[in-house]
Design a binder for this molecule. Structure first.
Ligand SMILES: [Zn+2]
Length: 285
């Protein structure tokens, strides 16, 4: 079983914790760290012969085109994370279309090749944005990986399927963010949960998805999650905890998972699904 590794390429200050704690002027004064953070992650993946899908912001592609070319030159898949990390529900349908189009153009211009995948900032495609899938398809995307089938105060689509399915209008493939089942609920394993959970628990959870669900696990991380030296402006304690917990041990934990499991891109995983017998492909009702 080959699992799926995804990286959301953004600055440490694109997270909700920063955008609620600081105003636009204060955010603009923070130093960029995304190039060094992403290059370090690329080195770790090279050392373990692992490939990943890099969902990248359009504004980062515009500002750092060499980083974009390094991602593709090292065998990874480039995909879109939108333009500047504005959540889908705040954009509205027309704003979403403009954001998706602008991001795709910037990414394709920097990479010199077409991209197919999209992941919404903060997993903000939910039951409240049913128009998003059709817009993504119309704007040239063949898959989305924004649905996070968990209950969460900030995001989540708890009623969605846990594994790859065709969207209700069959416009595109949905590749939900990975979860494990425990205590009758869907448990998230990426991002802050990846930093919070011990390595052994993560290993057991991925193995259980592979063994019991017979599915690859779609794991996500951010380049900033491996950078303990990033700035620490004042913010509420819960936000501080969510953003900074486990930064120091995250690289060691990722290396342990890369040693224990094989990881590849969303594109590779979807190629296997598309050629699989129809019966194994769930369809959202
Ligand atoms: Zn993001």
């Amino acid at each position: 079983m080959v699992n799926v590794l995804t990286v959301d390429v953004e600055e440490y200050y694109h997270g909700v914790e920063f955008t609620t704690a600081l105003d636009a002027a204060a955010l603009a004064r923070l130093p960029s760290r995304v190039v060094a953070q992403t290059e370090r992650l690329l080195d770790v993946l090279d050392a373990h012969h692992a490939h990943a899908t890099f969902f990248t912001l359009g504004e980062i592609a515009q500002r750092f085109p060499r980083l974009i070319r390094a991602i593709t030159a090292r065998g990874h898949e480039l995909a879109s994370h939108g333009w500047d990390h504005t959540p889908v529900h705040r954009l509205g349908a027309d704003g979403f279309r403009a954001d998706v189009r602008r991001a795709r153009h910037a990414l394709e211009h920097a990479a010199g090749r077409a991209i197919h995948g999209y992941r919404a900032p903060n997993y903000s495609i939910t039951a409240h944005t049913p128009w998003a899938f059709a817009i993504l398809a119309e704007e040239g995307h063949t898959y989305d990986s924004s649905v996070h089938p968990i209950g969460h105060d900030r995001y989540g689509f708890p009623s969605a399927p846990r594994f790859v399915y065709e969207t209700p209008g069959r416009e595109l493939w949905e590749v939900p963010v990975g979860t494990a089942r425990a205590l009758g609920t869907n448990v998230p394993l990426g991002g802050g949960f990846f930093r919070l959970f011990p390595a052994g628990l993560l290993r057991d959870a991925i193995a259980s998805v592979n063994r019991l669900d017979r599915q690859p696990l779609v794991l996500y991380v951010h380049p900033w999650e491996f950078d303990a030296g990033q700035p620490r402006p004042p913010m509420p304690w819960l936000h501080r905890f969510r953003h900074y917990v486990g930064l120091a041990g995250a690289e060691r934990k990722l290396k342990a998972l890369l040693a224990a499991f094989r990881f590849t891109t969303v594109d590779d995983a979807l190629a296997a699904v598309r050629t699989a017998p129809v019966a194994v492909v769930a369809r959202a009702s």
